[in-house]
Design a protein around this ligand. Structure first.
Ligand SMILES: C[S@@+](CC[C@H](N)C(=O)[O-])C[C@H]1O[C@@H](n2cnc3c(N)ncnc32)[C@H](O)[C@@H]1O
Length: 300
């Protein structure tokens, strides 16, 4: 079969299974399936012009699609397609996710970073600017937020905590990829507890899905992503409440707390933050869809 035939066949299987953007997904999986290990094959398709995680480049894919797919590539594509048909997220199959312009390793040990979380990074970068501040992230998962901050804030020093030792292994791997070991410390433990001093800025995207909503999540999320990275208790705010019991001890006077919140949670979180940081001033930032996503509080 040619590259085009395999691509279209994959697209129709995904479409029939109700997976959105079926042709695009088929293309991504097929290009990925034609990556490592295949460059030694004789077919000209598999020479050069590859990027590490995507496999065959887009340009190559569309310019050579009348060439035959070798048996090994086809076998790998079938395996990857079957995983996707079982609703495994594409990012886990590729073991790769782009976040704030950085390529990160991800697998089932961590939540896949979401595009809306880039707003948390953007607001923090605006706040810190060129200052040599101490910044702390609670619940770092694969390290996306802390690594993006460390990468874009060369004068800042960063600490990030994570309760799951398995997730921390992934964060360490990503930190190595960007050579940030000297400015980003990764600590295992409960939220802010591993820190023994005060910082200028605390950021967090903590689990915030309400218990009753878990079963209704798309299968990609419900069946594959780590439950402790999602579940936030009856109203979704259990972990946020816990963080707020620790924050007054760890945030400097004049410091900022930035929290990503779920749909419809901004008001409740604002009230909780006011309770934890008396007299603070609060801003809410909406995403492009107009959903209030970030609660920002300045400690007096
Ligand atoms: C919603 S995920 C966000 C991960 C990452 N910050 C991101 O934005 O992609 C929440 C993370 O918080 C971690 N977490 C949950 N409870 C925690 C706690 N008590 N202390 C530290 N981390 C915790 C979870 O394991 C998970 O990795």
């Amino acid at each position: 079969m040619t590259l085009r035939e395999v691509w279209q066949w994959g697209g129709s299987r995904l479409h029939a299974a109700g997976i959105p953007d079926a042709l695009l997904e088929s293309e991504i999986l097929l290009r990925h399936s034609l990556s490592e290990g295949l460059s030694a094959l004789r077919s000209p398709i598999f020479r050069s012009d590859r990027t590490p995680s995507e496999g065959l480049s887009r340009a190559m894919f569309f310019s050579r699609w009348d060439e035959q797919v070798p048996p090994l590539g086809l076998r790998r594509f079938r395996v990857n397609l079957n995983r996707r048909l079982k609703r495994e997220p594409t990012a886990y199959i590729l073991r790769h996710r782009e976040f704030y312009g950085l390529g990160l390793f991800v697998d089932r040990r961590v939540l896949i970073p979401r595009p809306e979380t880039e707003l948390l990074v953007e607001k923090t970068i605006e706040l810190v600017g060129e200052r040599p501040l101490r910044v702390m992230e609670a619940g770092t998962g694969c390290g996306a937020v802390a690594i993006a901050l460390a990468h874009h804030l060369p004068l800042a020093r960063l600490w990030a905590t994570e309760i799951s030792p398995l997730a921390l292994q992934v964060a360490r791997r990503n930190r190595r990829r960007y050579h940030l070991g000297h400015r980003l410390r990764l600590l295992q433990g409960d939220l802010l507890i591993p820190l023994s001093f005060q910082v200028d800025i605390i950021v967090a995207n903590l689990p915030y899905v309400r218990d009753a909503e878990i079963d209704g999540l798309p299968p990609e999320v419900r069946d594959y992503e780590p439950r402790p990275a999602l579940a936030g208790g009856p109203d979704g705010l259990d972990v946020v409440r816990r963080l707020l019991t620790q924050v007054a001890q760890r945030l400097k006077p004049g410091g900022w707390l930035l929290l990503e919140v779920g749909y419809g949670q901004a008001k409740a979180v604002t009230a909780l933050v006011r309770g934890a940081l008396g007299g603070c001033s609060i801003d809410m930032v909406a995403d492009l869809a107009g959903i209030r996503r970030i609660v920002m509080a300045k400690r007096p």
